[in-house]
Design a protein around this ligand. Structure first.
Ligand SMILES: Cc1cc2nc3c(=O)[nH]c(=O)nc-3n(C[C@H](O)[C@H](O)[C@H](O)COP(=O)(O)OP(=O)(O)OC[C@H]3O[C@@H](n4cnc5c(N)ncnc54)[C@H](O)[C@@H]3O)c2cc1C
Length: 376
């Protein structure tokens, strides 16, 4: 089968890698497929490269989706083992704390619910926090939780490694070319036209274009229910800052009321905050982006006393955010399949496994709740 994957973020790259590799123990059915990936920029240069990229199943509210995400954490462990423990996969644990009584009650309830679901979650004291994250200072009356099985990924390097392994397995990776439209014949999608006028023909075209998926799918008359980043107050735009290198400042992820932080790939930190994200939209001027980066650094210095870092970069980015928050995965027209999701860093290897199964004729029950057809 000729398979065309559009987009080489973490989702498209993981899928291309999965589809291109030969069958292993009868589980995969990729042998014999001709896989082509088309990527407008380069692998991992889209949202995946700027993502905060926390690997987690930390929300117990929907137990079925929680289970889906814990399966995804296992899929990451397997995938990383296949790469021999790569530096871009960091299962370094996550520490979170709450400073007010209300927030503490919510955190304790979350930990209790997660434990009941069988998830590795526990409340810890300040001594344990000092062992885990010696540089971090939290209020003396804070309630602290630790999630040892969580971690993070460096999204850019991970997507590049997956795309490179797909290429080694025979996939053709076309970079620097945009698919400007889906081609169709008699209601069947037959591939895509590139911005240089070439047509890439395929028996199955898979849209893994992330936040740009709605524009591409619209060329085949399909509306994908993603949050519109241009709407005032949209939850899709957000902001991430990175700092100059501060080796050893953090071991894993830390989540406090005012800041989320984790180590970056070059030894700096990645910083994000929900309240700052809430003020970001398409129209935010450059000065406010810069000011937001400076504010994140102030918060990081409060969290890590003596932090000798500066802001290295601030990037406004856009989440591919389905309106109901759940993945959008499945066939949409004959010859066309879509895989677009928030939490794509967490979910990519698990989705790759399930989608590869479906592409080869074995429906994946685990994907049933996430079909794009009836939602929006
Ligand atoms: C600030 C931030 C924090 C986040 N935090 C987390 C988190 O903690 N945990 C988590 O799991 N997820 C998180 N996410 C979400 C996660 O990063 C995304 O769900 C994931 O990166 C999406 O991957 P993707 O491959 O679908 O998209 P992308 O990485 O955007 O890849 C899509 C690719 O398609 C290419 N493309 C698009 N259109 C075309 C076209 N027409 N032709 C050719 N190529 C095309 C693009 O160039 C791009 O490289 C976060 C996102 C952001 C922005």
């Amino acid at each position: 089968m000729r398979i065309l994957v559009i987009g080489a973020g973490i989702v498209g790259a993981a899928l291309a890698d999965r589809l291109a590799r030969p069958a292993d123990g009868g589980r995969a059915a990729g042998a014999g497929d001709a896989v082509t990936v088309v990527e407008e920029l380069r692998p991992g240069a889209g949202t995946s490269g700027t993502s905060y990229a926390w690997l987690n199943a930390n929300d117990p509210a929907d137990p079925a989706y929680h289970r889906f995400r814990t399966a995804a954490l296992r899929a990451w462990r397997d995938l990383a083992a296949g790469f021999g423990g790569p530096s871009w996969y960091r299962p370094a644990g996550n520490t979170a704390w709450a400073a007010s009584e209300d927030a503490g009650a919510r955190l304790a309830a979350r930990v209790g619910d997660l434990i009941r679901l069988g998830y590795a979650a526990r409340l810890i004291g300040p001594d344990r926090l000092r062992e885990l994250e010696p540089s971090v200072r939290v209020p003396s009356d804070a309630l602290i939780a630790h999630y040892p099985d969580e971690g993070f990924v460096h999204g850019g390097p991970a997507a590049r490694a997956l795309a490179a392994r797909a290429a080694e397995s025979g996939a053709r990776i076309v970079t620097g070319r945009r698919a400007v439209r889906l081609n169709a014949d008699g209601g069947r999608v037959t591939g895509a036209r590139l911005d240089d006028g070439r047509d890439l023909d395929a028996d199955l075209t898979i849209c893994a274009a992330g936040r740009h998926a709605p524009a591409l799918l619209a060329t085949a008359g399909i509306a994908l229910p993603l949050v519109d980043p241009s709407e005032p107050g949209s939850a899709a735009p957000c902001l991430v800052a990175t700092t100059t290198p501060v080796p050893g400042a953090l071991n894993g992820l830390v989540h406090g009321p005012a800041l989320s932080a984790r180590p970056a790939e070059d030894g700096g930190l990645v910083l994000e905050a929900d309240d700052i994200d809430a003020g970001i939209d398409d129209a935010v001027p450059a000065e406010r982006i810069e000011a937001a980066g400076a504010e994140l650094l102030v918060r990081a210095r409060a969290l890590i006393p003596g932090l000798g870092a500066d802001v290295a970069g601030v990037r406004r980015c856009v989440r591919p955010l389905p309106v109901d928050g759940y993945p959008l995965v499945g066939p949409q027209l004959p010859g066309l399949y879509t895989v677009v999701t928030h939490s794509g860093i967490t979910l990519a290897p698990h989705l790759a496994e399930l989608v590869a199964q479906e592409v080869h004729g074995r429906p994946a029950e685990a994907l049933e709740p996430y079909r794009p057809g009836s939602r929006g």
